[in-house]
Design a binder for this molecule. Structure first.
Ligand code: SF4
Length: 459
């Protein structure tokens, strides 16, 4: 077996793609290893969302260059590939700045990895960042594949890729291309395989997942609500989630899924980015503050216990103190469980990057601190509100302490409990007794406590 190390940056889509590449290359006798030192093939699956993403990749490549040099002294060849959104955005530039790289491959082309590797093995350098019309998903996860490898109790399944929204701060439409959705039948096959292998929670992912518009099993178009209804029927699937959504693509069908499907968790990450209509328009978000609040109200009416989380960008070009206060106001008004917040940072090639009214760094820093203070207080209050409640927890893995297991609440909070590891993969009701910095602590309801294992000493 040859050894493969994949380092994945950024979002869940990249994690999913990395797993697919690992599964695909397993057919070419590549076995995954956890560190790059002994690898024959190293793939950096990069992300372009965060600041200085490309620079981080180049500094990682600097470290790998040393490894590659040392290996060549002992007659061993390491093939280095850069994949993901930085590969898509930088293309040939990567080869120019880091000539030791053998392959640059965009996110649309992973199914061509084995063929491209064969070229590299003959000494060629390969850059493949085209947007092909073939179905990438088909090649990476064919319906006829014997089994999609499960990696625990929870799994991500990509159902949609790309985005047509063109928010003015975002690189996704340029790096991932136009929206494409997988047919329902193929997703069902994949989810059935995962459930049969022990996966109990499926998170459907896509850059704009609720723009999902795949071919239904009856040949007619299916929306995300239809897909969720269908997947709720798959035996073994106990929980469904989806991320990341655009407020403008929340339709009645999706709201009905939240109302009707108990397996669809009462938690929705719905990015708003700003609370100011002026800034939302400048971001080309295609929704106003009141559109967003209306969507929140309609989902809450359908599923009153639902918890919302969101993303916020502070210091978008032209943002005034009044615009920022609108952001603080919408944060309070929605009453999120928690949120992610970032300072705006320009992404080359996006319209907002060229604006000449960029906000000074110290103002962004100060606004971010104010928003994060609110987020932290709100998250603490939300978690404290769980104390004394009985919450269903899906247990995922052993905890850090002996005898401890960790799972997730319906609202995605980690929950730590002293209980038998035989509960991993199951849902049990936990009485929440305390709150840590980022997780909850609890005890099993007595009815859920498994019988102690026999000591073998007889009765
Ligand atoms: S909807 Fe999301 S992925 Fe699409 S352009 Fe806007 S921020 Fe980017």
């Amino acid at each position: 077996m040859r050894k493969l190390h994949v380092k994945s940056y950024g979002c869940q889509m990249n994690v999913y793609d990395s797993h697919r590449m690992i599964d695909l290359l397993a057919r070419d006798s590549y076995a995954e290893i956890a560190t790059p030192d002994d690898a024959d093939l190293i793939i950096l699956n990069t992300c372009h969302i965060r600041e200085k993403a490309a620079e981080k990749v180049y500094s990682e490549l600097g470290r790998i260059r040393k490894l590659k040099r040392e290996a060549s002294h002992s007659g061993r060849r390491i093939i280095v590939a850069v994949a993901g959104c930085v590969a898509q955005a930088e293309g040939e530039e990567i080869m120019r700045r880091a000539p030791m790289v053998d392959m640059v491959i965009g996110p649309q082309n992973y199914h061509r990895l084995p063929a491209l590797l064969a070229q590299v093995e003959t000494g060629a350098k390969v850059v493949d960042t085209e947007f092909p019309i073939e179905d990438k998903f088909d090649h990476l996860a064919p319906a006829s594949a014997p089994a999609i490898r499960a990696r625990g109790v929870t799994a991500f399944v990509t159902v949609q890729e790309g985005c047509d929204k063109f928010c003015t701060f975002c690189v996704v439409p340029y790096t991932r291309g136009a929206e494409v959705s997988r047919p329902v039948a193929k997703i069902v096959t994949e989810v059935e395989g995962l459930a049969a292998a022990g996966v109990r929670e499926i998170t459907l992912i896509g850059q704009n997942v609720n723009a999902y518009h795949g071919e239904g099993e009856n040949g007619r178009p299916a929306e995300l609500g239809d897909l969720l209804h269908r997947l709720a029927e798959v035996p073994g699937v106990l929980r469904l989630r989806y991320t990341t959504s655009h407020p403008g693509d929340v339709d009645e069908n999706l709201i009905a899924a939240h109302r009707d499907l108990a397996v669809l968790m009462p938690h929705l990450h719905l990015p708003v980015q700003s609370g100011s209509d002026r800034i939302l328009a400048a971001m080309n978000r295609r929704h106003t503050r009141s559109d967003y609040l209306d969507v929140i109200a309609r989902i809450r009416a359908a599923r009153p216990e639902i918890a919302f989380t969101s993303d916020f960008i502070v210091g978008f070009p032209g943002e005034t103190e009044e615009d920022f206060r609108d952001t603080l106001r919408i944060f309070d008004e929605v009453g999120y469980a928690t949120a992610y917040s970032f300072k705006y940072s320009a992404r080359p090639g996006t319209p907002a990057a060229d604006r000449d009214d960029q906000v000074a760094e110290e103002i962004k820093t100060e606004r971010l601190a104010r928003l994060q203070d609110r987020i932290n207080r709100r998250q603490s209050a939300f978690n404290r509100g769980c104390v004394g409640q009985s919450i269903d927890v899906l247990f995922e893995k052993p905890g850090k302490l002996p005898g401890q297991i960790v799972g997730r609440s319906p609202f995605l909070q980690p929950v730590q409990v002293m209980a038998a590891s035989s509960l991993i993969g199951e849902i049990a009701t936990v009485r929440i007794t305390g709150v840590g910095s980022n997780s909850l602590f609890g005890t099993l309801h007595s009815a859920e406590v498994p019988e102690p294992a026999s000591t073998g000493t007889g009765g």
